[in-house]
Design a binder for this molecule. Structure first.
Ligand code: CA
Length: 715
């Protein structure tokens, strides 16, 4: 072997070694907390908020303010059986993962969009003939060391092998007898994975989170968010402390506090932060009649990630009475405040205040309102508590309250850009009138699956603004707004911000926009043709930056109808999609049909029995969570007024009582009598008749809007 040959062998060997070490570096089974904590690692999107810091900031800058107007569809995936899509995809080692309707998990090639595997947890089968509080949407997944973790509506936590989709383990996190559900993404950290649940409005719930061993699925620890009956003994000192802030017999009402979103692992302080839920019921006069802060409702709770032991807490809404949960994102940021470096935690919960908290101590650094707050004037920095406005607890009668229970900001993620120093918050501006007049507070009791909140909500006399929502850029150091974009429709999606000085956000009207992160100037707009409720992500493969977005109007507001039906996103006509954009994209994607308003069927051969219709109206309380308040469908389930099935007794019985559409998300009401089915059918016909004029004016209005748009475009 001559020197030349030796050199070749050496270089091949070296190349092979380099190849192996590179392979090892990116090997998906080795990507754990170190990779999840690496804010400079930019090819993937490994965690819900991209990294453990939950900033939804990517340093990628190939797409930037100067070229974003060239962004085009690179590939797309039609999802014809999906309905509400609200999830954040993950990208790991070239594979994009996301959750869809009925908790189906899909893995697709992140460059081509080709399906690699699909995992169906068969939620319909798991529910069987038991009650269920809706099940149409899910916010995402967690990844660590080669495993994908998913949670299902019916309460299972599942570990899948990331490359194959093979089930590794599955565990039930609560009993099917309970009116709890999971919409959130699990959170994996330090060889564990945690999950909580929702359901404060559906029964007497006592919130908790559970951590499981990531390898085996064995329970590692469990933390209750509110204390139980003292007579049963407290689980830990934290519960004993919390019980001192409750009065009466709160445990009969559960207390609430359910953690359905907002889990952050802090790799620097080795702490787990949990955003906790509102009271069950909402009305404190029922829950804790002599008052009290009711720990740990509406708080950020810091726990030891290994043991689940209490570390500290900060309560945003003591003794909450308005559904002001603190389940929103918890973002980790390094701020420079008055010359001092602060390892901060940023939080913008429903109650309308923006909080900066020192992660080293759990102490409040600052808090200012980012919207009009009519329940509290400000946060007293000496006590760290809100200064409430007299009457806000509807103690003197009905009162207009802003924000309303949708919150000033909900689960739609905010993002933090360390380059601009700003936080981009999808913000809501709506007031509601709270009243507990006429409610027997002493005898009030929630029941599983029929639930209740212990207070009534009526239309407010005045709304705080003449627009219902906005995108705001908030400076967390100065605690003031940097810029704002008013929006015409409620319930817009979460944000993404990038090193290209951009902010991306989808809206409920189907538009997807890119803004200049510094000024809020709109630089690019794409019409997806269907309401957007999911936040975008970005990733880079083979030198190309992509932006991925799930399109499919969803979440609580879409589920319930309200004004959402006026957007015209149909249950079936508008195909739900995963759309991926790049600067070189040239995919040919057919546009979706225009907004569609289902025409209520008024059947002249059907004689409405008023008494039956009234009885059906009572029964409809089990239906409105999917089929819409006032029976106006928001697109998450068929609009019953326009349904042919609702006109045919045997078809109706097959769907409602016999569960023939259980795999499409329609629960079976096996205990419903013939008389009750009849009553519902009569109520549906009554609502169809009553709402026909509203339908006609909506169609006329949409028609004139279309004409106007065509004129503007010179047609
Ligand atoms: Ca709630």
């Amino acid at each position: 072997m001559n020197n030349h040959q030796l050199g070749s062998v050496l270089s091949i060997t070296l190349g092979l070694l380099l190849f192996i070490s590179c392979q090892q570096e990116v090997h998906y089974q080795d990507l754990g907390d170190e990779a999840l904590s690496d804010i400079n690692r930019n090819a993937d999107w490994l965690a819900y908020g991209r990294t453990h810091y939950e900033r939804r900031f990517s340093p990628l800058k190939d797409i930037h303010t100067e070229n974003v107007n060239n962004l085009k569809v690179d590939w797309f995936l039609d999802l014809p059986n999906d309905i509400g899509l609200v999830s954040t995809p993950l990208v790991v080692d070239g594979i994009l993962y996301f959750t869809g309707t009925m908790n189906i998990v899909r893995a697709v090639d992140a460059v081509t969009g080709n399906m690699i595997w699909e995992y169906d947890p068969k939620v319909g089968e798991a529910i069987g003939n038991t009650r269920q509080v809706g099940w149409k949407h899910n916010r995402g997944l967690s990844f660590s060391k080669g495993k994908i973790f998913a949670a299902t509506w019916d309460g299972r936590l599942i570990a899948l092998e990331a490359k194959t989709g093979e089930e590794i383990w599955t565990t039930r996190t609560f009993s099917r007898e309970r009116s709890l559900y999971i919409t959130g993404a699990p959170k994996a950290f330090k060889d564990k994975v945690i999950i909580g649940n929702g359901g404060t409005e559906n029964g007497p719930t006592r919130g908790f989170i559970t951590a499981y061993d990531a390898e085996t699925g064995e329970e590692a620890w469990k933390f209750y968010i509110v204390p139980g009956n003292p007579a049963d003994g407290f689980e830990n000192e934290a519960m004993e402390m919390a019980a001192k802030t409750w009065t009466g017999e709160w445990w009969k009402h559960g207390g609430g506090g359910n953690a359905w979103h907002g889990f952050t692992y802090d790799p620097e302080f080795d702490a787990l932060y949990i955003g906790t839920g509102n009271g069950s019921p909402w009305n404190r006069k029922i829950r804790s009649p002599e008052g009290g802060d009711n720990l740990f409702l509406c708080s950020i709770l810091a726990l030891d990630p290994d043991t689940g032991e209490y570390l500290w807490h900060y309560q945003t809404t003591p003794g909450e009475s308005w559904d002001y949960n603190s389940n929103m994102d918890i973002v980790l940021a390094d701020l420079s405040i008055e010359g001092k470096e602060v390892k901060a935690l940023l939080h913008a919960p429903k109650n309308g205040f923006f909080y900066v908290i020192d992660r080293a101590t759990g102490k409040l650094v600052s808090a200012e309102p980012f919207v009009e707050t009519t329940w509290a004037s400000h946060i007293d920095m000496a006590t760290g508590k809100p200064v409430e406005i007299p009457g806000a607890r509807y103690e003197n009668g009905p009162v207009d309250i802003m924000p309303n229970p949708w919150g000033a900001h909900s689960w739609q993620s905010m993002s933090y850009n360390p380059q601009s120093g700003l936080v981009y918050i999808p913000t809501l501006h709506q007031a509601v009138k709270f009243s507990d007049e006429g409610i027997d507070l002493e005898s009030w009791q929630a029941e599983e699956f029929s639930g209740g909140i212990g207070v009534s909500m009526l239309a407010a006399d005045r709304q705080p603004r003449d627009y219902p929502a906005s995108l705001i850029a908030w400076d967390p150091v100065k605690q003031k707004m940097a810029w704002t974009v008013p929006q015409d429709h409620f319930w817009n999606a979460g944000t993404l911000t990038t090193g290209g000085n951009l902010v991306f956000q989808g809206r409920s009207d189907g538009k997807f926009l890119a803004y200049d992160a510094g000024t809020g100037d709109a630089l690019w707009i794409f019409n997806a043709g269907l309401g957007i409720s999911a936040p975008p992500i970005t990733y880079k493969i083979d030198g190309k930056q992509y932006i991925a977005l799930l399109v499919g109007f969803g979440g609580g507001y879409a589920r319930g109808g309200w004004e959402a039906h006026a957007l015209g996103w149909s249950y079936r006509m508008h195909t739900r999609r995963l759309i991926v954009f790049s600067l070189e994209g040239n995919a040919d994607m057919s546009p979706l049909p225009p907004p569609h308003y289902p025409r209520p069927i008024v059947d002249p051969n059907f004689t409405i029995d008023e008494e039956l219709a009234v009885a059906g109206g009572q029964l409809y309380w089990s239906c409105f969570n999917c089929h819409g308040g006032g029976m106006f469908g928001g697109g998450m389930a068929p609009d019953l007024r326009a349904s042919a099935i609702a006109l045919d007794k045997s078809a109706f019985t097959s769907v409602v009582r016999d569960g023939s559409r259980i795999n499409m998300g329609m629960p079976s009401y096996a205990d419903m009598s013939d008389q009750e089915l009849e009553a519902l059918m009569h109520f549906i016909r009554l609502r169809a008749k009553e709402t026909l004029p509203a339908y006609e004016s909506l169609v006329n209005q949409a028609g004139s809007e279309n004409d106007q748009a065509e004129e503007e475009m010179g047609h």
